[in-house]
Design a protein around this ligand. Sequence first.
Ligand code: NAD
Length: 454
Amino acid sequence: MKVTVFGIGYVGLVQAAVLADAGHSVCCVDIDSNKIENLKKGIIPIYEPGLTPLVESNYQAGRLLFTTDAAEGVNFGELQFIAVGTPPDEDGSADLKYVLKVAETIATHMQAPKVVIDKSTVPVGTADKVSAKMAQVLAERNVTIDFSVVSNPEFLKEGAAVNDCKRPDRIVIGTDSKEAEELMRELYAPFNRNHDKIVIMDIKSAELTKYAANCMLATKISFMNEMSNLAEKLGADIEMVRQGIGSDERIGYHFIYPGCGYGGSCFPKDVQALIRTAESIGYNSEILKAVESINYKQKEKLFEYICKHYQVWDQAQTGNIEGLLAGKTIALWGLSFKPNTDDMRDASSRRLMETLWQAGAKVQAYDPEAMEETQRIYGSRSDLSLMGTKESALNGADALVICTEWQSFRAPDFDLIKNALSESVIFDGRNMFEPERMNKKGFAYYCIGRALSV
Ligand code: NAD
């Protein structure tokens, strides 16, 4: 089939490459000419395991095309994916300007019927807005061309995106058109062989399904973080509690890890957006508001431990943290919001670094993939040194902080850490190590919700 994808980011590029690999012809359109030129040269703009060879081989085979020419893209595919960003607006609701711009572009250039597929995460009612925008533009052009709008939310996980797209758990398709449903079934047939993963529903339910999924996952994390705070104060060990509840198959072991807060491009903005959607219909979503505020506080947890360790927590609580940690250098391992990605949108490391800087500390940071992204976000500043290895980030630092649970951080050389730091202290936002073992090794070890450690 001939497919066009608008928006070649984490979702659009992976989806396009996986569809092309299955044999479809895919035209990728982005307004970022730099990104498109780089892709043509084989330079992939994001880090995602397995993505580079997939893009390269399908580009070489002629099944993947890259362009900034919207008209070319519109006239290429019978199926038109919208996979542009839906960032939070000022009030937290999803900003639909990029989505509606693509709708306008498609309607401006289309010469034949199209199925327009909302792949971006969009609030309930957006398909209607996309339809209305397209109808308006077609009316202005004084032409009648059929189109239908389908909601097909994406459930990939960054860090495992290629695998998730190749082997989806489910393929949600919201449509009220039998013809569109048939085309979507044909498109996804290569990914639907083992058992039927396609769930057909009405458009609004499909739109809400995506938010419900992300908000459920965010709720699991905030719930565990709430439990971890209780465990810490009650003298219990959240890791024991985690195993105790995970063994109940109604709860399960997945996604119940306590930590220094969730980040990324989806959970924070999607929880906020659903709160705003609820408010727009006069409904106060108490659970979602709690999920958001618990996460906001959890992202301050490591700073709290650092201040407690340096005995400046009482001052910090007054709200004025200027200069509280002046003279301290913090080694920071892990900048991306989770392992196996270079994405730093809303990453816990960012709030921590910004707070440390405000408190006068310096940061020596290392991440296996997110160094360029950190440089792009923060530029050069005297209180941030980006280090080439996790070991060099330790040199001359006073303490080590871990924000992301990269595999390569799991079995470090503890003697080397001890020798490199001015004091043997680790603040671990991801519970990577056993507190007792760390204490035996002579470390002051702070982690999340384990009373043994603090
Ligand atoms: P992204 O920011 O990585 O990519 C968006 C791309 O769209 C950018 O390259 C941008 O230049 C391009 N763009 C903007 N306007 C355009 C236009 N008019 N025409 C063509 N291209 C245009 O975003 P992302 O992370 O891929 O997310 C895209 C959507 O998918 C969002 O709604 C997001 O919530 C959703 N989503 C993301 C993930 C994820 O893990 N990143 C997972 C599931 C769903």
